[in-house]
Design a protein around this ligand. Structure first.
Ligand SMILES: *[C@@H]1O[C@H](CO)[C@@H](O)[C@H](O)[C@H]1NC(C)=O
Ligand SMILES: *[C@@H]1O[C@H](CO)[C@@H](O)[C@H](O)[C@H]1NC(C)=O
Ligand SMILES: *[C@@H]1O[C@H](CO)[C@@H](O)[C@H](O)[C@H]1NC(C)=O
Ligand SMILES: *[C@@H]1O[C@H](CO)[C@@H](O)[C@H](O)[C@H]1NC(C)=O
Ligand SMILES: *[C@@H]1O[C@H](CO)[C@@H](O)[C@H](O)[C@H]1NC(C)=O
Length: 388
């Protein structure tokens, strides 16, 4: 626990927050898609009208009064990954930061650190506040993605340069003692690359992506494994590769019926982010091998290609629509892969967390936004649902 407190009373004032809400909706026409330059249309709209409708189904998801409001402005990039709503009352949100320079860090982590923050909103006081609850100390070295698990969060630890076994999955209980513990740190004896995101199925099987990103970012040694998506049934010997051949597998989610897996790919900054780069979001059929056993990911196909940046954090709503953080905000796809619409956020969105009743906490590095869409929109993974 660090003694750093990063609160921002100014932005927590309800009047100021309300004044900053963006509410405009614009509808993309067939002509704009066919013959105009949507990039220019988007750049004109982003400052006032973040809600971009591609399909009438998106109007339903947005509801009558969608809004996008900055609720927290941090002094470091506190809002990058994980993005888990652990409680609704008070609204409690756990995020991992982006890598940032820190005097405490050493060359073992490229002089960068990552911290885990807890941001809360008390509707009795009307205040947002944020605290660092975990620094980058062993075994939670450079945390990234996370999933609500047992009494806390199962994080990916990207690891450091000096300890091959420092990369893995690490459980951080959010109980009083809060001691992180290693869940898995190798695949058949080979050190993991730099685990990025994790998802736990309803039967407790853990799926995670393990891209070679950490080596490229100079926080991990030369990889000994290819880019894999892995499955692990904790408490058993069942650990397997469920997908290979994806460059930099990143975000990972299962559909609410657990029949489809989605994996985002490619890492911002490593490849040009224009449309000439390969950055597909893939879908797979999940072939069950029985409850509690790692399933097979079969029938890989392209699900969608984000128009800006890469697909990163990915989550489903309870009806199976797929919400993805991208280079221009959040894109929402139908289960068939049709782009329904976007919520444009300046600077893009790595990840976000679903609360309930149409509320999402959208992460844009130093800024945290509250996104309100239709109150009927609910997350596929319920707040406080215990898995694992
Ligand atoms: C569309 O506009 C963007 C931004 O001005 C520009 O970079 C891009 O080259 C344009 N594309 C076409 C096909 O004109
Ligand atoms: C966040 O804080 C920075 C530094 O004080 C300021 O420059 C910026 O305008 C703020 N952003 C918002 C959206 O309030
Ligand atoms: C705070 O908001 C939550 C979520 O909307 C609600 O369940 C709870 O009753 C509210 N608590 C108070 C004290 O108003
Ligand atoms: C990184 O930190 C080390 C001390 O651990 C220091 O010697 C080195 O100069 C730093 N490198 C950079 C690029 O700041
Ligand atoms: C690297 O990771 C190992 C294992 O988690 C840890 O013991 C060690 O302190 C870390 N080294 C640095 C310099 O952060």
């Amino acid at each position: 626990m660090l003694a750093i407190r990063a609160s921002n009373a100014m932005l927590a004032l309800p009047a100021l927050v309300a004044a900053q809400s963006l509410t405009g909706i614009f509808t993309v026409t067939p002509e704009a898609i066919a013959v105009q330059n949507l990039t220019i249309i988007e750049s004109e709209q982003v400052a006032t009208s973040p809600f971009q409708v591609h399909s009438p189904d998106f109007t339903t998801l947005l509801g009558a009064n969608p809004s996008l409001t900055v609720v927290f402005n941090a002094t470091f990039p506190a809002f990058h990954e994980a993005g888990i709503v652990t409680s609704l009352d008070p609204l409690t949100f756990i995020s991992s930061s982006n890598q940032f320079a820190s005097p405490d860090a050493t060359q073992a982590t490229n002089n960068k650190t990552i911290v885990v923050s807890r941001t809360t909103f008390s509707n009795t006081t009307g205040q947002w506040s944020s605290d660092i609850i975990q620094s980058s100390t062993a075994p939670l070295v450079l945390a990234n993605g996370g999933f609500q698990y047992q009494d806390g969060i199962l994080f990916t630890a990207q690891g450091n340069l000096t300890s091959p076994s420092s990369a893995g999955l690490v459980y951080l209980p959010l109980t009083a003692d809060q001691q992180p513990s290693v869940v898995i740190n190798n695949f058949l004896g080979a050190p993991l690359n730099s685990p990025n995101d994790v998802y736990v199925s309803t039967d407790g099987v853990v799926y995670f992506t393990d891209p070679q990103i950490g080596f490229k970012q100079n926080i991990r040694p030369q990889p000994t494994l290819p880019d894999y998506v892995l499955g692990f049934a904790q408490g058993t010997t069942d650990v397997r590769v469920v997908a290979d051949g994806i460059a930099y597998p990143n975000g990972l989610v299962l559909s609410p019926d657990e029949k489809t897996a989605y994996v985002t790919a490619a890492e911002a900054g490593l490849v040009p982010e224009g449309l000439s780069s390969s950055k597909s979001i893939y879908a797979f059929d999940i072939v069950s091998n029985g409850a509690g056993e790692v399933a097979r990911f079969a029938n890989k196909r392209v699900f969608a290609v984000p128009s800006s940046g890469i697909g990163d954090g990915i989550h489903c709503d309870e009806t199976g629509n797929v919400w993805v953080g991208t280079g221009d905000g959040v894109s929402v796809y139908s289960p068939s892969g049709r782009l329904l619409g976007k919520i444009l956020v300046e600077g893009g969105v790595a990840n976000f967390g679903f609360a309930s009743d149409g509320r999402l906490l959208v992460m844009a590095e130093k800024l945290l936004y509250l996104l309100q869409v239709d109150g009927a929109v609910q997350p596929a993974v319920k707040v406080g649902e215990r898995r694992g």
